[in-house]
Design a protein around this ligand. Structure first.
Ligand code: HEC
Ligand code: HEC
Length: 267
């Protein structure tokens, strides 16, 4: 009996010791990670106040001074798209599948390069540290960043040599018709398809399909960027992802060829 109770005591003590170690361990990690994060977030908040708040707003809802003026005026093509509301946690330019959060690298690319045709300026003059800090800060605006991890990236775009050849353009045109891109973008890619004037984005604002004959690409001008848009979609805009509906890798690149043709970048 004596031996048994000693053993029990030992077990109980051991149990509490293990519990204590666990408690200290979690306390320690959460403390250090949180401490580090909150310092970065604080820094990011300063960057945000200086460079982003004027458009994206104090609450990250896209209602900064410029956002508000622009909503009242509702005018001007350059300002057609409102500054992004980060509270929804939906992003257009991702290397992850549709419906997913973007990676930090995706956000870094957008912030560094800016977004053509939208008024979102390039911030390449900010240090890498400042840009990374502001990314940590804008993630505090939506619960999605706490509840979800970004998904794995889709396969990297590697352009075949034949992209842009007349044969590839021809095949791409068939896919453009079959996939009904024209419903939004129009037969000649002028952004004037039958659905074009009825589109609204996830934020409830009117949105225009891309006019291939005039515009600069928002995501970036390379064929690889166009490919990535087709695979990942532009979430929140109605521009779908074709990852599932165009499963064949070559077909995807034929569609890129036809895009280049509509943009008059190849014959
Ligand atoms: C002059 C106004 C303006 C300023 C300043 C500005 N933005 Fe933007 N930003 C926009 C607009 C407009 C959009 C929406 C573009 C679109 O959806 O086509 C946008 C979109 C974004 C997006 C969404 C990208 C995606 O994938 O959907 C991010 C992230 C972003 N801005 C971050 C920032 C950060 C960080 C700063 C400050 C360092 C900043 N912006 C400063 C106007 C601005
Ligand atoms: C339901 C309407 C709709 C359909 C269908 C559609 N798009 Fe789009 N697309 C849009 C909208 C809206 C935008 C503009 C998004 C923005 O400006 O933020 C867009 C943008 C684009 C862009 C510009 C990307 C950039 O970086 O600026 C390209 C290229 C494009 N679409 C090609 C296609 C092709 C090819 C198809 C068919 C396989 C297609 N779209 C089908 C609505 C559509």
């Amino acid at each position: 009996m004596e031996g048994f109770s000693l053993k029990t005591k030992g077990a109980v003590i051991l149990f509490f010791l293990v519990l204590l170690v666990f408690a200290l361990a979690t306390l320690h990690t959460s403390d250090s990670v949180y401490g580090k994060d909150s310092a970065i977030i604080e820094k990011g908040k300063k960057v945000y106040k200086k460079y982003c708040i004027i458009c994206h707003g104090e609450k990250g809802d896209g209602k900064g001074l410029i956002g508000i003026i622009h909503r009242v005026e509702k005018s001007g093509l350059v300002w057609y798209v409102y500054p992004r509301d980060f509270t929804v946690g939906v992003f257009k330019f991702r290397s992850t599948p549709t419906g997913c959060l973007p990676t930090d690298d995706d956000l870094l690319r957008t912030i560094t390069n800016g977004i053509p045709r939208s008024g979102m300026p390039s911030h390449k003059d900010l240090s890498l540290e400042e840009r990374k800090a502001v990314i940590a800060y804008i993630k505090t605006f939506s619960k999605r960043w706490v509840e979800e991890e970004p998904c794995d990236e889709v396969i990297e775009a590697k352009m075949p040599k034949w992209v842009g050849t007349p044969e590839s353009v021809k095949k791409g045109e068939k896919i453009y018709v079959k996939m009904k891109c024209w419903e939004c973008h129009g037969y000649e890619g002028k952004g004037d398809g039958p659905k074009s004037d009825k589109l609204k984005d996830d934020w409830g604002d009117k949105i225009l399909p891309f006019d291939f004959t005039t515009g600069t690409l928002k995501r970036g001008s390379s064929p690889e960027n166009i490919y990535m848009t087709y695979i990942t979609g532009l979430d929140g805009t109605g521009m779908p992802s074709y990852e599932d509906s165009i499963p064949n890798e070559e077909d995807r690149w034929h569609l890129v060829s036809y895009t280049l043709k509509l943009m008059k970048r190849v014959k």
